[in-house]
Ligand binder design. Structure first.
Ligand SMILES: NC(=O)c1ccc[n+]([C@@H]2O[C@H](COP(=O)([O-])OP(=O)(O)OC[C@H]3O[C@@H](n4cnc5c(N)ncnc54)[C@H](O)[C@@H]3O)[C@@H](O)[C@H]2O)c1
Length: 270
């Protein structure tokens, strides 16, 4: 275990099971010495799932709190509970997204109803801002152990924000909004020492990914064309998240960093 993140404490949203990107991120943060607290969707079943995945990382008796990111009161309660139990907030991992899978099939984007479009952007993009609003006063707090204000907020994006990826549809629109939200937050929160970045992860077989029609083709094609000749692994994203939470990345904010074995640099038809 390294001490890169020793003393840093924060909130991780998005652990649904042991395949979630958030679980790989938490594993890397814990490996480098951070303390992680976890938000999960309301309901006993969701709590049990998150708890099980987190305990496999060696975190016994994890701090867990329900949080439905679609509901402002629920977000308030989660951050209030965190603030009453922890002295400091150094990082927030936003690894959540939602879109009705009905509209995540090739050829369906042009039929997306208003409510499906709005809820995808609400839960997958606006919530980064909602989390940042609650995180700001906690990250600004100083103490003997933390003499300078600041923190690191991290969201998870995908290449479908920039280019049309068959089946990614309204989620691509939401990821474009997420990356842009991250830049505007970075510009305004930088004076408090708060950095905001996104990681654009390659395809990984998770619950959320299974809703995207076309994930199998992505996983088949990536190793054929990506510079590194393989699919991304959760630990690749975990390592980059640890770097972005750490002081090694103190000068980086408002960036979207691709962790996808390089597939995004390859042109169509290659
Ligand atoms: N898996 C991939 O191929 C891939 C690639 C790039 C980016 N991403 C992104 O990574 C992030 C994590 O997804 P994942 O692939 O690990 O899948 P996942 O299903 O394991 O995680 C998605 C999480 O979002 C949470 N969530 C959904 N609605 C919520 C709400 N209203 N309130 C609180 N939490 C809510 C779920 O509980 C779950 O924990 C997402 O932003 C996703 O778009 C995934």
């Amino acid at each position: 275990m390294s001490s890169l993140l020793a003393g840093k404490t924060g909130l991780v949203f998005g652990v649904a099971n042991d395949r979630s990107y958030a679980t790989h991120i938490a594993a890397a943060l814990v490996e480098h010495g951070a303390t992680c607290a976890f938000g999960h969707l309301p309901g006993d079943k969701n709590e049990r799932r998150t708890s099980k995945a987190v305990e496999k990382l060696g975190i016994s008796d994890p701090w867990l709190c329900e949080c439905d990111a679609a509901d402002d009161d629920s977000i308030d309660k989660a951050f209030d509970k965190y603030a009453s139990d922890f002295e400091r907030l150094d990082f927030v991992i936003h690894s959540i997204a939602f879109a009705d899978r009905e509209w995540l099939r090739p050829g369906m984007f042009n039929k997306t109803p208003r409510q499906a479009y709005l809820s995808a952007i609400d839960i997958s993009a606006y919530t980064l801002s909602a989390f940042a609003q609650r995180a700001k006063p906690l990250m600004e707090k100083t103490s003997d152990a933390k003499p300078d204000p600041g923190g690191s907020i991290l969201g998870m994006s995908y290449y479908g924000s920039e280019k049309v990826v068959s089946g990614y549809n309204v989620m691509g629109v939401a990821k474009a909004a997420l990356e842009c939200t991250s830049r505007y937050l970075a510009a305004e929160l930088g004076e408090s020492g708060i950095r905001v970045n996104t990681i654009s992860g390659g395809p990984l077989r998770t619950l959320a990914a299974s809703a995207v029609g076309g994930i199998d083709a992505m996983l088949d094609e990536t190793p054929k064309h990506a510079p590194l000749r393989r699919n991304v692994e959760g630990s690749d994203v975990g390592g980059t998240a640890a770097f972005l939470v750490s002081d090694l990345s103190a000068g980086i904010t408002g960036e979207n960093i691709y962790v996808d074995c390089g597939i995004n640099i390859i042109g169509a038809g290659v």
